[in-house]
Design a binder for this molecule. Structure first.
Ligand code: GDP
Length: 459
C-alpha cells in the first residue's frame, strides 16, 4: 500500500500502563516528533542523530528540569507507524508523565486516539488489518494458547491463508471477466470444471476456518466446564481446589451452593471456565429449585461435565440412577469419585465397571493432578487446537468468512445450473469483497473506526 495518508499531526500518548512504575514510556509519532522532543531536551541534538539510537538527557520546561530521560529515535519508515517515532522513557510517576505530556501538547502535539498508532501503522502499510487486530489480541492474551494464536495472526499466518484464497479467486474472476468482453464469440476462457474444483477446495478451507471459530471462542473465553453432582458431594470444595482460592461457599448443609458460581483457571496453557452448580435433586425449596433449573441450563452450555459423587455414601446403582436422571447432553464427561481419603478399598472397587472415572479427594487435593491432566486430554482429543492450525478468534472475520462461504456456494449452484459468466462473476466478486474486508484490502472508514476505537490509548 502506498503511504498516501502520512499524517500531518504528531500524536502523543503514554505507552505504558498508568500508575507508578520503575519506568514509563511516552510515545510520539508524526512529522514533528523528533523536533518537538528536541526542543525541550537537553543533551545531544536529536535531529542530527541516526535512527534506532538512544540518548540520555533531561527534559526541561523552561528552566525547570522535569525528569532525566532516555530518548529512543526511530526514523520513518523504519518505525512501528512508518512515521518518525520518538519514545521518551522517564521515571514511572503519574505526575512526571502528566507534566511531560502537557509540555509536548504545548509544543503542538495532539493526544492520540485509541489505537491510533496501530491505525497509522496499518494505513502506512506496515501490516494488514487482520495483523493489526492481532496486536490488540496479543495485548489481551493471558494464556499460552491465546498468545500463540494472536502471535500467529500478528505475524501474518492467517492473512496469508486469506490472501492465497483471494489470489486464486481473482485469477478465475479475471478469466470470466475476459469471457464477458468476448461474449459475442461464445468462448470459455475459464474452464468450468477447473473452476468447480477450485471453488470446492476453497469452500472446504473456508469451512475449516469457520469451524475453528468455535475453538477460537473457547480459547478466548475458556472451556465451559460444568461441575455437577448431588449436594455435599464436594463440588464447591473441588472448585476451590481447582481455583486455589476461596470462592464457592463450602458447608456441611446439603444444598448450600444455591446459585451458579463461575470461575476460571488456566491449566496447561488452556483456560477453563468452571461452573459450579446447585445440587441436582428434586426439591421443594424454591431457591434451591431455581438452582436446579439453572444447572440444567448450564449443562446445555457445557463443553465438558465433571460429575462428582461421594464414594463413601453412593452405591454404584445410585450413581447409575443419578446419571440417568441427569440426562447428560452429548458432551464429554468425567465421573469423579470424591472423598477417596475416607473410602475403604472395597468401596472404591465397587465402581470398577464405570468408564471415565477418576477417584480423588477434593479436600486433600489428592488426585487433582490426574484430573487436570485428563481435562487437558479431553479438550485436545476434542479439537486439534495445538500446532500450526489457523484458528479464527475474531467475530468480524468469522462473519466475513460466513458471507464468503455463502457466495462460494452460490457460485457452485450457478455452475450446476449452467449460469452465464456474468452471474458467476458477481458471486465471485462478492466472495472477493468479503475476503478483502478481513485483511483490509477493502476498507471503509466505519470499519476502521470500529476496529481501532477498541484498542487502548497509546497502542
Ligand atoms: P457441595 O454441596 O457439592 O458443593 O459440597 P461441598 O464442597 O460443600 O462439600 C461438602 C462437605 O464435604 C464439606 O464439609 C467438605 O469439607 C467435605 N468434603 C469435600 N471434599 C472432601 C474430600 O475429598 N474429603 C473429605 N474428607 N471431605 C470432603
Amino acid at each position: 500500500m502506498i503511504p498516501s495518508t502520512l499524517s500531518k499531526d504528531t500524536i502523543i500518548a503514554l505507552a505504558t500502563a498508568s500508575g507508578h512504575g520503575a519506568i514509563a514510556i511516552i510515545r510520539l509519532s508524526g512529522p514533528e516528533a523528533i523536533s518537538m522532543v528536541n526542543g525541550v531536551f537537553k543533551g545531544k541534538n536529536l535531529e542530527k542523530q541516526a535512527s534506532h539510537t538512544l540518548h540520555f538527557g533531561t527534559i526541561r520546561d523552561g528552566e525547570k528540569i522535569l525528569d532525566e530521560v532516555v530518548v529512543s529515535l526511530f526514523k520513518g519508515p523504519a518505525s512501528y507507524t512508518k512515521e518518525d517515532v520518538v519514545e521518551v522513557s522517564c521515571h514511572g510517576s503519574p505526575y512526571i508523565t502528566e507534566q511531560l505530556i502537557k509540555l509536548f501538547l504545548r509544543q503542538g502535539a495532539r493526544l492520540a486516539e485509541a489505537g491510533e498508532f496501530t491505525k497509522r501503522a496499518f494505513l502506512n502499510g506496515q501490516f494488514d488489518l487482520a495483523q493489526a487486530e492481532a496486536v490488540a489480541d496479543l495485548i489481551a492474551s493471558d494464556s499460552a494458547l491465546t498468545h500463540q494464536v494472536a502471535m500467529n495472526q500478528m505475524r501474518g499466518g492467517f492473512s496469508q491463508e486469506i490472501k492465497a484464497l483471494r489470489a486464486q479467486l481473482i485469477h478465475f474472476a479475471s478469466m470470466i471477466e475476459l469471457e464477458l468482453d468476448f461474449s459475442e464469440e461464445d468462448v470459455e476462457f475459464a474452464d468450468r470444471s477447473a473452476l468447480r474444483n477450485l471453488i470446492t477446495q476453497l469452500q472446504r478451507l473456508v469451512t475449516d476456518l469457520l469451524r475453528s471459530f468455535e475453538m477460537g471462542n473457547v480459547l478466548k473465553n475458556g472451556v465451559p466446564t460444568v461441575i455437577a453432582g448431588k449436594p455435599n458431594a464436594g463440588k464447591s470444595t473441588l472448585l476451590n481446589a481447582l481455583l486455589n482460592e476461596e470462592k464457592a461457599i463450602v458447608s456441611d448443609i446439603p444444598g448450600t451452593t444455591r446459585d451458579v458460581i463461575e470461575d476460571e483457571a488456566i491449566i496447561g496453557g488452556l483456560r477453563f471456565r468452571f461452573i459450579d452448580t446447585a445440587g441436582l435433586r428434586e426439591t421443594l425449596d424454591t431457591v434451591e429449585a431455581i438452582g436446579v433449573a439453572r444447572t440444567k441450563q448450564q449443562l446445555q452450555k457445557a463443553s465438558l461435565v465433571l460429575y462428582l459423587f461421594d464414594v463413601t455414601s453412593t452405591s454404584p446403582a445410585e450413581l447409575k440412577a443419578e446419571l440417568e436422571a441427569l440426562q447428560l447432553p452429548q458432551v464429554p464427561y468425567l465421573l469423579l469419585g470424591n472423598k477417596q481419603d475416607l473410602a475403604t478399598p472395597e468401596q472404591l472397587a465397587q465402581f470398577q465397571e464405570f468408564e471415565h472415572l477418576i477417584f480423588l479427594s477434593a479436600g486433600t487435593k489428592a488426585g487433582l493432578d490426574e484430573l487436570q491432566q485428563t481435562l487437558l486430554e479431553q479438550v485436545h482429543a476434542n479439537e486439534a487446537i495445538t500446532g500450526d492450525r489457523t484458528i479464527v478468534t475474531n467475530l468480524r472475520h468469522f462473519q466475513s468468512l460466513q458471507k464468503t462461504s455463502n457466495a462460494l456456494l452460490e457460485v457452485l449452484q450457478g455452475l450446476d445450473n449452467g449460469l452465464t459468466g456474468d452471474w458467476l462473476a458477481a458471486d465471485i466478486r462478492r466472495a472477493l469483497y468479503e475476503l478483502g474486508l478481513i485483511t483490509g484490502e477493502i476498507t471503509t472508514d466505519d470499519l476502521l473506526d470500529n476496529i481501532f476505537t477498541k484498542f487502548c490509548i497509546g497502542k
